[in-house]
Design a protein. Structure first.
Length: 152
């Protein structure tokens, strides 16, 4: 019976260690979000073709597969994107300006303090209907049920 040499054992050990390190570094699951505060002035601003956006968070929580919070500022007359649908539900809170929200086959005009709920797979859109910038906050959440509702 042939035993492994020290050199062969060292190579095996280094190979196993390298594989374990690769899996540890490649872990795609982000950490669960705990208590957090996001200061408006500290969140990076991304300029877009229709205005700007701020991404506050996009990661799992103790009860959600994903919590995503962002703010969008639309330039006058601009729309974030054409009417669309997705399985995740979202809440939109208007901070400033006047927007028109599309849902239920109609556009509805609302202003600061208004809240819009986009149900799963509902056709929706939002556009700036005012003469100045319109800013709104989006809170979107994904649960295990969301994946069952996802349409191809």
């Amino acid at each position: 019976m042939k035993l492994f040499t020290r050199r062969e054992l060292a190579i095996c050990f280094v190979s196993i260690l390298g594989t374990c390190c690769a899996f540890a570094v490649a872990d795609p699951s982000p950490a669960v979000l705990g208590w957090a505060v996001y200061d408006w002035n500290s969140v990076p601003v991304t300029k877009t073709d229709v205005g700007e956006s701020r991404q506050f968070v996009r990661q799992p929580t103790a009860t959600l597969d994903e919590l995503e919070i962002h703010a969008t500022t639309l330039d006058p007359g601009k729309q974030s994107h054409p009417p669309h649908r997705h399985a995740n539900e979202e809440v939109i809170i208007i901070d400033q300006g006047t927007v028109e929200a599309f849902g239920g086959d109609k556009w509805t005009r609302v202003g600061p303090g208004s809240v819009i709920f986009n149900a799963a797979n509902s056709l929706h859109a939002i556009r700036n209907a005012g003469t100045g910038p319109a800013t709104y906050h989006v809170v979107s959440f994904v649960t295990p049920a969301t994946k069952k509702l996802a349409q191809p």
